[in-house]
Design a protein around this ligand. Structure first.
Ligand SMILES: [Fe+2]
Length: 320
């Protein structure tokens, strides 16, 4: 059996490593841990790292990695993938594979608490630092993917990666967990499969305000939010990142699950998505230039329709 402990990191391809490192560290409070050739490794708070930036190819999502659970070695995980007929490659001490829509995945070994210093085992506020900035997220908490084949993607993350379904949103979305956090990945059915967002956790509502004020001063805008999700319970705001064609969610107060959690079914309505009652603009599901520009200028709020994008049919109402 395979078991996951948590989301480990997301890797993004970037156009210019120096520019991207400066942007992600200054704007999102991340700390550069190290560089290796054309790669940089950035961390929230006390994480080893959770964002890998790679200066190679077209900018955008490259892969996301999950840490295996205690007792699940890379060999056990590889045998599990073999049983499911999933091809994989062993590289740099990790297993590399792709999900049902072809998005890159990696599985990294469990980091035993025995290998950590005493200080590393304490909660963040009890630890000491001389390098972390005043504003910083606590951790990379989850990701979300627009799934071209929602049923196949849900089955993949449940059966192949061993995640468990937390909630289903009618037949348009599935939220899955691997620990007590409500979700480690959210899948939303769309005709344009795309990595949608990575989500940084902050302490509370007040720190979301700090983040949004800070980001506004750097020319960023909130695409959707602030809001309170029904699914997940998280307080949340979504920031557009045109450079790497994705969103960053800043969130706090996510629902914590019991070990014997039973999957729930939610209606596809406004309340499930945002209990405060505002749905995202349609641009939220798109990454083309017309959608970004329309969102930046408030086109939809002004009553104008979003310009069409070739091959995209907007169906899902919800996201978390
Ligand atoms: Fe999210």
């Amino acid at each position: 059996m395979i078991a996951l402990r948590q989301l480990d990191h997301v890797c993004l391809r970037v156009a210019d490593l120096d520019e991207a490192v400066a942007r992600w560290t200054i704007q999102f409070g991340l700390t550069e841990r190290r560089r290796q050739g054309n790669r940089a490794f950035l961390a929230c708070g006390y994480e080893p790292y959770s964002l890998e930036l790679l200066a190679e190819g077209e900018p955008g999502f490259d892969h996301q990695a999950f840490e295996l659970g205690s007792g699940c070695s890379l060999e056990v995980a590889a045998a599990h993938l073999d049983r499911h007929g999933i091809s994989h490659a062993s590289r740099d001490g990790s297993l590399h594979l792709a999900d049902a829509d072809g998005f890159g995945l990696a599985l990294v070994p469990y980091r035993s608490t025995d290998d950590r210093s005493t200080d590393d085992r304490w909660p963040d506020v009890a630890r000491s630092t001389t390098v972390l900035p005043g504003f910083r997220p606590r951790k990379l908490g989850h990701t979300s993917v627009l799934a071209g084949d929602l049923a196949a993607q849900t089955a993949f993350y449940r059966d192949v990666l061993g995640m468990r379904i937390t909630d289903r949103l009618a037949d348009v979305g599935a939220w899955l967990h691997c620990n007590s956090d409500h979700h480690v990945i959210a899948l939303v059915g769309q005709d344009n499969p795309h990595f949608h967002h990575l989500a940084f956790e902050v302490v509370d509502w007040g720190e979301i305000r700090v983040a949004l004020d800070h980001l506004a001063q750097h020319g960023r805008w909130v695409s959707w939010g602030p809001l309170r999700h029904g699914l997940g319970r998280n307080l949340s705001a979504y920031i557009r990142i045109p450079e790497e064609e994705l969103f960053v969610e800043i969130f706090a107060d996510m629902e914590q699950l019991e070990p014997d959690h039973v999957p729930r079914d939610w209606p596809d309505d406004v309340h499930s998505s945002n209990v405060w009652g505002i749905l995202p603009p349609r641009s939220y599901f798109r990454f083309d230039q017309a959608a970004v520009e329309a969102e930046r200028t408030g086109l939809e709020a002004r009553g104008e329709e979003l310009p069409p994008a070739d091959g995209i049919v907007l169906t899902a109402e919800m996201e978390t």
